[in-house]
Write a protein that binds this ligand. Sequence first.
Ligand code: LLP
Length: 472
Amino acid sequence: MLNELARVRAFAKMQSSPTTHSVSFFHLLPLSPVMEPFRYRDGELYCEEVRIADLAHEYGTPLWVYSSAKLLHEYRAIQEAFAEVDPVICYSVKSNSNLSILKLLNSAGCSFDVVSGGELYRVQKAGADTTRVVFAGVGKTDAELRQALEQNILMFNVESEAELDAISRIAASMNRVAPVALRLNPDIDGKTHAKTTTGKKGNKFGMDIERHNQLANKVLNDPHLELRGIHMHLGSPINTTEPYEAAARKALDVVSALRSQGHQTNWINLGGGFGLNYRGTEAPPAAEYAQVILPFIKQAECRLALEPGRSISGNAGALISEVIFTKREGGKLFVIQDAAMNDLVRPAMYDSFHRLWPVKPTVKPPQDYEAEIPGCEATDVVGPICESGDYLAKGRYLPPMQRGDLLCTFSAGAYGTAMSSNYNSRPRGAEVLVDGTQVRLIRKRETYADLVAGELFAVASSVADPAPTDEA
Ligand code: LLP
């Protein structure tokens, strides 16, 4: 493997020499490699300084490719935008929980938002300082609460009275004082997908202001609880800044009221949800969110925590697949490729739009991926899974493609692998992290043996147990 990696790196280095790059027939995005790490050069797609085609050849498809520069750039952009108040940026582990990605962000000073004992375990494994970790989620179990207390986390984002009682009980049993923030459901419309809106009345998340105030008083009288602050998360992704302005204003009001009642509370956590440029430039930059949020945080004289996931990992990752067949049926052109809804479920689940283009295109990549593009044909890009919902794009204008061609699905770094499964007994693809000309394998491609590794033959059979093979 080392030799193979060395070969890829050497090749990438050769490809990245200035002379090889001086002529480009393709449109270059007017963005730096850090802002847009996946770029077409000399007729083919690169991630940073590495040819995507080489990675696919080396690691097979489907393949997840991430750019370290982009991950770090997006984390730092948020950190810098809010620097005035020295924020704690808690990367939302749920968006992409690969250990190497956590480790990379940790090394840059990032903290973490977790929603399960498993995510906390990952953060521990990545060597993070758990005293800066926040823990959200409506259904924390006793074991998870105990684990988090043992790890001295910064605070629990508490979602209900029952949870507050459980935290108090467990903290008492451990002779501890548990730090909590109450999650307010502010009834603010984040204007996002119905399945990912969380800050509206009627969602399962958080509590209304009456209950919030009632529980705040309960904390005041409980020696095993300490009210550190207020938490809100409006939904995801939120491509406008107004909902954050409304939330920050509300947080200031609530904190002021709590202090007048004798609370020492001094944290405001506005959750995650910052937008992502899936289509073009629809998401405001971090500085614009900061502009509407900061005045309220400063006025409240509070510490600020944020839980961005997608805006850090989303555009740092792409999914590479290979065309298996094409077919025309029912008046449509289908490109059947080897990535499916088990790999990237977002189009099937939320009708999400992901830009998609061949790795070595015969037509230059467009500015507008939703347009009718000359030389292209409306195409349904589908996977091999036995469901009509198994698609990555529908009616998308794409250049002619054939068996063996490589295809890139962009903006797949967030909620891609994190939501992937083995549906249809499909082994998941490898994940690689690119850093300049360097390539690191950060998750091995699964084998057939991996698929059945946790299963036991508990049923008596008259025939001999089949021996699983390692072939994938
Ligand atoms: N904090 C809390 C409490 C959350 O529930 C979430 C996301 C985040 C932070 C991070 O949000 P982000 O910055 O990544 O937008 N699977 C869906 C997204 C679900 C988001 C769930 N909660 C998708 O693929 O669009």
